[in-house]
Design a binder for this molecule. Structure first.
Ligand code: PLP
Length: 423
């Protein structure tokens, strides 16, 4: 039996209806932006393996750092203990995060990073003796699949089976072009009519919604509205963090600074699961007390895993090299040129680019379902042609590793252009 057949015996895959889905592709090897399957077919990983891998697969610099850490101190519990890799990650983040972020809390994945931010915003007011239990989130947001994160998520595909079982979340429109005022008004009215604890958002780009983009000026206005009523702001940078938008963090485009930030995905260069939630000093102070009940009773067994920390440090070091910054700018320029080339194509409704993120919407007769037939047809076409892209409904987006070569990038563009002819 080959790997694909053996997989079918025991494995259950994410976001997969096993009765109708094609069998998974068994990948044996990766290098740079390329992956090879068990039949030695080559693929360009044009979505950086779900946005985690900016520096290339099997990166030797990160792998060496991991090996060194594994053979020095692979793991130690973080309750009552600490270690230098965690301290170094914290010190490094203090250099690159918005200056108001002063405390960092480790976990394992994007959903837990969000879960922690939501719990902290609720407990923050509990600790202060104020009754505030509503969380504000954008329509079509995606913040993860654990219960709190899922409650904040607005893509019904992910949440429909659990309606009525969530914490209290109120949704406002995303301030995309033309809907800015509606979004501000909605936020104002939500804050007026509810006891709001926090506002969580994907800054500037809603990834899972199909790389939906909006302007920093609009987010600044929304954040100011929150600040006026002391509603805590949570920037979920799980997707946007570490260079994807062209700056280290999407919040670097803002004037206002969030109270909390959620980081994961590219944090360790796509090597080891790790996440971080960051906080202002003011939030930490609300938990700092003689009363043990005011502490944050949240933790995960692998919190601050030293090996993950070593991977994060190596990854951030790579991000900060001149070479990587040049790569980010190169991919961005290349996307802009491709945008010029396709934006007037009769099958293209709209295109958008920010940093290394490119998206285009394909014209459809009726509205395309998230995992509908158009999406599947496109996906199969890309795979056949050796390019890994996962369209969202009628939206095709590219979010490649920063080190993708010009030649590989041109091949991705060509395959996307060819796909427009088959729809
Ligand atoms: C992927 C993602 C998450 C969830 O992260 P997981 O590691 O998959 O749990 C949360 N927020 C955003 C913005 C994401 O893109």
């Amino acid at each position: 039996m080959n790997l694909t057949e053996r997989d079918r015996q025991y494995l259950w895959h994410p976001y997969t209806q096993h009765k109708t889905a094609a069998l998974p592709i068994a990948i044996k090897k990766g290098k740079g932006a390329l992956l090879w399957d068990e039949n030695d077919k080559e693929y360009i990983d044009a979505i950086a393996s779900w946005w985690v891998n900016p520096y290339g697969h099997s990166n030797k610099f990160i792998a060496d750092a991991i090996y060194k850490q594994l053979t020095t101190l692979e793991h130690v519990l973080f309750g009552g203990f600490t270690h230098e890799p965690a301290i170094l990650v914290a010190e490094k983040l203090m250099e690159i995060l918005p200056k108001n972020q002063q405390k960092i809390f480790f976990s394992d994945n994007g959903s837990t990073a969000v879960e922690i931010a939501i719990k902290v915003s609720l407990q923050y007011f509990f600790n202060k003796g104020e009754k505030r239990t509503t969380i504000i989130a954008f329509e079509n947001a995606f913040h993860g699949d654990t219960f709190g994160a899922m409650a904040a998520s607005g893509i019904s595909f992910y949440t429909q089976a659990f309606q009525g079982m969530f914490i209290d979340v109120v949704r406002i429109p995303v301030p995309v072009k033309g809907l800015e005022q509606e979004s501000y008004d909605a936020l104002q009215s939500v804050i007026k009519n509810n006891n709001c604890a926090g506002f969580i958002f994907e800054p500037l780009v809603q990834g899972a919604a199909g790389m939906v983009m909006y302007q920093p000026e609009s987010l600044d206005i929304l954040m100011r509205i929150c600040q006026e009523s002391n509603v805590l702001t949570i920037a979920d940078e799980v997707m946007t963090g570490f260079g994807k938008t062209g700056k280290t963090f999407a919040t670097d485009y803002l004037v206002e600074k969030p109270d909390m930030m959620c980081l994961s995905k590219a944090l360790t260069g796509g090597t080891i699961p790790m996440a971080i939630t960051t906080f202002t000093a003011g939030i930490f102070e609300a938990f700092y007390d003689d009363d043990i009940n005011k502490a944050l009773f949240h933790g995960h067994t692998f919190t601050a895993n030293p090996t993950g920390c070593a991977a994060a440090l190596a990854s951030i070091a790579l991000l900060q090299t001149n070479e990587m910054q040049v790569n980010i700018a190169r991919v961005n320029q290349s996307h802009l040129a491709f945008q010029e080339r396709v934006k007037n194509h009769p099958k293209v409704v709209t295109t958008r680019v920010l940093g290394v993120i490119f998206a285009l919407e394909i014209k459809t007769e009726s509205s395309a379902s998230y995992y509908g037939s158009l999406r599947n047809k496109l996906y199969d076409f890309f795979i056949e042609n050796g390019v890994i892209l996962r369209p969202v409904g009628n939206i095709v987006y590219i979010l490649p590793p920063y080190i993708i070569t010009d030649e590989q990038l041109q091949k991705v563009y060509q395959v996307v252009e060819n796909a427009l002819e088959i729809v």
